[in-house]
Design a protein around this ligand. Structure first.
Ligand code: PMP
Length: 368
């Protein structure tokens, strides 16, 4: 009997994992998908043709380059750093997971400032890392005293200071970028790592990568999923001190990055100019969307990313989300996240998709 109970327990996930809900956005079959901040355009057709040619030359019976040296060299050249400062994984989510596997875990804490990218705290919990939650101002920026307050609160509750602090800039889902003064103040005060998640970094005027030379505890996380139009590929990376990169490799499964992906990443980086042009087009469309939204009964949060957060003045988020789905337009209902009641987030799409969204929204709000 006793043994049966033990077996039952072992058939249940770890207690904190059992209580977790998954992280997902519904993949509903609609004509206009503006819910996951992907690039609306395909990568350049020349890239796709060259990739098709290149994958014919792979030695499929052999494991791929374990440390993805050629790809890491290409990324290092893009950022003017050394290969030893680059770690690559299957999407930047997997990079975040490696960081938490190596530096988080039982008895350690990670800090986030809500509302922010939900996977920072989700992956922390999955790895057994306790999450400390700091606050933002009413403008969704990290409050100047937020980090200090977090440390004082941690001390008084007996929790250790954060081993990893996440700053998402531009922040998902608000689109706001953090002041360099704030980032530098946290870097200076933190005894642990400070991860600046720049998944949307190409849309912002400056990258915190400029601070790498002065701060050994800074990590910059980037992805191929947004600007590079390669969400399907699952490729992301981090730039950091070589000692940190070595630690990340220690928690990585052998041959984690397949050969096709390594080749695709190297090739993609040859199309930087095309990618910059896409960023410019999306920024112009974002401005157009913001101007059009400001004519509707919504409050728009200023964005430096490829998405826009807005608050509905007199309808619930779920009502409007449902009305948009009925018009075959899918946006993200993020109203259940901390401090975001009544808010929706829309990804900037093609001009045609954005028009569909705007007319659907005007209709849903009864202004069309
Ligand atoms: N960081 C942020 C802030 C994101 O918004 C996303 C994508 N939603 C990611 C990381 C993960 O991107 P990927 O795993 O596709 O690289």
């Amino acid at each position: 009997m006793e043994q049966a109970i033990e077996i039952d327990e072992l058939l249940t996930p770890r207690e904190d994992v059992a209580l977790m809900s998954g992280y997902y956005s519904p993949q509903i079959d609609v004509e206009v998908r503006l819910n996951t901040n992907e690039a609306p355009e395909e990568p350049p057709s020349d890239f796709v043709t060259r990739l098709q040619g290149a994958i014919a030359t792979i030695d499929y019976n052999r494991y791929p380059d374990r440390e993805a040296d050629t790809l890491r060299d290409a990324i290092a050249a893009l950022h003017g750093v050394a290969r030893e400062q680059i770690y690559v994984a299957n999407g930047s989510n997997e990079v975040l997971q490696s960081i938490l596997l190596a530096y988080g875990g039982a008895g350690r804490t990670a800090a986030v400032f809500e509302p922010t990218y939900a996977l920072h705290s989700h992956i922390a919990r999955v790895t057994g890392t306790e999450v400390l939650v700091g606050e933002r101002t009413a403008d969704f920026l990290i409050a100047p005293t937020a980090f200090d307050r977090l440390i004082v609160e941690a001390e008084s509750s007996g929790a250790p200071a954060p081993a990893v602090t996440f700053i998402c800039s531009p922040n998902n889902p608000t689109g706001r970028i953090e002041d360099f003064d704030t980032i530098e103040a946290i870097l200076g005060r933190s005894s642990g790592l400070v991860v600046v998640d720049e998944a949307y970094g190409q849309f912002a005027p400056r990258s915190a990568a400029e601070l790498l030379a002065e701060h050994r505890n800074l990590l910059i996380v980037r992805t191929f999923s947004k600007t590079w139009s390669l969400a399907a590929l699952r490729l992301g990376y981090v730039i950091a001190d070589p000692e940190i990169i070595e630690a990340l490799f220690r928690v990585t499964l052998p041959y984690h990055l397949d050969a096709i992906k390594q080749i695709a990443g190297v090739l993609a980086l040859e199309y930087e100019d095309e990618m910059n042009e896409r960023v410019e087009r999306l920024v112009a469309e974002r401005r157009r969307l913001v101007a059009a939204l400001s004519e509707l009964p919504v409050d728009v949060v200023p964005s430096e990313a490829n998405f826009i957060l807005f608050r509905l003045q007199n309808r619930t988020a779920n009502e409007v989300w449902t009305a948009l789905v009925a018009e075959s337009v899918l946006v993200r209902d993020i109203s259940a996240l901390p401090h975001l009641a009544g808010h929706l987030r829309v990804t900037v799409g093609t001009p045609e998709e954005n028009d569909r969204f705007l007319s659907g929204l005007a209709h849903a709000l009864g202004t069309a």
